[in-house]
Design a protein around this ligand. Structure first.
Ligand code: DP6
Length: 351
């Protein structure tokens, strides 16, 4: 009996304008539009293979080699949507094999710690949807498939595209216009780099899903954020990306990370994702930009203490001069930017 198989990889994306809040929890419709950068394929990614055969007895999922339950509504919704799309094809073309009726075997593997605030669910659902769409030979484009991935995990819809990606919140109650679109491919701004500082690889204690709904229901600051701040920032950030204006992009990114964590703190009871090391990194980035008298690096934090730093490749040495000295304790690093000054500065942060 024949087995059909398809594989794909999907990279992690890190939001620079955060999605935080759902207006419809069943369909994963957000309270605001968001923007992210999808990291290069070789960095953090999920590799997923999907197979189907008339002989398979039940849908089965393996995550990093371990069988996982498929018994959750979000995964079921994605599988249902994909099977519906395949069924529509089979109805149009009777010569197609009835893959939509067969069970699926799905094997997924991350090359980074799962659920450590590194957006593993985003890469996971994106890879799941694209692998099965390939298996089913669906004609839908990535934006259409992003609506399916969105139901698995909101941020997953952005991982279907590379580079700079916007998730347009949409207006329709059925979610038909809530989808991801590419703002700029990475090769149009190839100097953009990301450094991830893994402060902790422990599982986060308040999941994004429950944390964001606590914020929606209890934070006063949140209303200002979604009604006024984010809609304005969404357009400004898209503009900064298209113009490749790093200082502007960086400022908006840092302001949005601050605003998101402020609404977490304003939730009741409050949600803390940042820890002392995260705050030290914020001060460090501020200090580095002040030291060079130019914005060369931006920080952003998702629902966890880990930092993602964005910078342009031409400034890598300038940034790493500080990072090596402070964070890895590498002694004797020689810098062309004035060792004495650098040392005095970094000593102040090492205390
Ligand atoms: C802070 O996409 O994980 O990373 O839709 O409930 O699965 P669900 O939430 P999820 O939330 C991501 C929140 C964030 C910001 C972002 O990625 O935009």
């Amino acid at each position: 009996m024949s087995v059909h198989i398809a594989s794909t990889t999907a990279p992690v994306n890190i939001a620079t304008l955060k999605y935080w809040g759902k207006r419809d929890t069943a369909l994963n419709l957000p309270t605001n539009s968001s923007i992210s950068v999808t990291l290069a394929q070789e960095d953090l990614r999920t590799l997923t293979s999907a197979a189907t055969s008339a002989s398979f007895e039940r849908d089965t999922l393996w995550l990093n080699g371990k069988e996982e339950s498929l018994d959750n509504k979000r995964t079921q919704d994605c599988l249902q949507d994909l099977r519906d799309l395949r069924r529509a094809l089979e109805e149009q073309d009777k010569s197609l094999e009835p893959l939509s009726q067969w069970k699926l075997h799905i094997a997924s593997e991350n090359n980074f710690p799962t659920a450590a605030g590194l957006a593993s669910s985003a890469a996971g659902f994106a890879a799941l949807v694209v692998a099965i769409a390939k298996l089913y030979q669906l004609p839908q484009d990535m934006s259409a498939l992003s609506k399916v991935a969105r139901k698995g995990s909101g941020s997953a819809c952005r991982s279907l595209f590379g580079g700079f990606v916007a998730w347009e919140m949409g207006e329709q109650a059925d979610g038909s216009d809530s989808q991801a679109v590419q703002v700029l491919p990475l090769d149009k701004w190839p100097e953009m780099k990301a450094a991830i500082l893994v402060v902790s690889d422990a599982k986060k204690d308040t999941s994004s899903t429950s944390g964001m709904q606590r914020t929606v229901h209890t934070s006063d600051l949140f209303k200002e954020r979604v009604d006024t701040v984010v809609p304005r920032r969404f357009n400004e950030m898209k503009e900064a990306i298209v113009q490749r204006d790093f200082p502007r992009f960086a400022e908006l990114t840092m302001r949005d990370s601050n605003s998101f964590h402020a609404t977490c703190l304003d939730s009741y009871p409050p949600i803390f994702y940042l820890n002392d090391t995260s705050r030290k990194i914020i001060r460090l980035v501020d200090g580095i930009n002040a030291f060079y008298n130019e914005t060369i690096v931006a920080y952003t934090f998702d629902a966890g203490p880990n930092a993602v730093l964005y910078y342009e490749e031409k400034n890598e040495q300038k940034l790493f001069a500080f990072l090596y000295h402070l964070l890895s304790g590498v002694d004797g690093w020689k810098s062309k930017y004035g060792d004495e000054q650098l040392k005095a500065f970094s000593d102040a942060f090492s205390e």
